[in-house]
Design a protein around this ligand. Structure first.
Ligand code: ADP
Ligand code: MG
Length: 211
């Protein structure tokens, strides 16, 4: 019997150790379904209720696939609010800590110049709100050359808060994007349309139950 059920995936020891430290020994349903496909670089559209562990569903494969030895960001995670940005940054940091991955948060509400300095430093994974991310892209202060992974998290909230045009504009800057994953607690027509338009043959994972 494996001590940590996450060992059943193609994950390095550094990730398994970090998960064990977090007390994650059994994947939630959404994680069980998403992780194997994400590790194969598939586009994914996933729905499961709030609190079902969607963050780790993308954070675990991202932390596995991103390489430490690269200064420019390789992944961009979009979140609708500053609070979610900080929470998700923290979770990614915890999962990537044994690999010493650098995670950088980008959100509005304070002078952009300070963030420009931070963005000049190494960052493996960026997490941010659409408005501020777009500001940086327009100013040329966020380099997209190495961004291979895009995660649109909490897509329903993103729609409700009117960020969808910003998200679309951001995508137009990501010339080297190879993989896109979209996560949401609900899946309306507008989110399906977004996925149809921007994802390539996505794997659809819809968890209806409560766990
Ligand atoms: P969602 O994004 O689906 O609303 P979160 O990713 O925020 O959910 O996760 C909800 C909570 O579940 C968090 O507190 C997180 O630490 C915890 N969690 C996630 N995955 C696991 C796991 N495999 N084992 C134990 N706790 C987990
Ligand atoms: Mg979430």
């Amino acid at each position: 019997m494996k001590q940590n059920k996450f060992e059943e995936y193609q994950l390095s020891n550094e990730i398994i150790e970090a998960l064990t430290m977090l007390g994650y020994t059994t994947p939630t349903q959404i994680q069980e379904r998403v992780i194997p496909y994400a590790l194969e670089n598939k586009d994914i559209v996933a729905k499961s209720k709030t609190g079902s562990g969607k963050t780790a569903a993308f954070a675990i494969p991202l932390c596995e696939m991103v390489v430490w030895d690269e200064k420019l960001a390789q992944a961009l995670v979009l979140e609708p609010t500053r609070e979610l940005t900080n929470q998700v940054k923290e979770e990614i940091f915890n999962i990537g800590r044994k690999k010493r991955l650098k995670v950088c948060a980008i959100f509005g509400g304070f002078p952009i110049d300070k963030q420009v300095i931070t963005l000049k430093q190494k960052a493996n994974i960026l997490v941010g709100t659409p408005g501020r991310v777009l500001d940086h892209l327009r100013r040329g202060t966020l380099k997209t050359d190495k961004i291979k992974y895009l995660i649109i998290d909490e897509a329903d909230l993103m729609m409700d808060m009117g960020f969808i045009d910003d998200v679309k504009q951001i995508i137009s800057y990501l010339n080297n994007r190879q993989v896109t994953m979209l996560f949401s607690a609900t899946m309306g027509e507008n989110i399906k349309n977004l996925a149809d338009h921007y994802l390539t043959n996505p794997i659809e994972i819809m968890i209806e139950s409560n766990t």
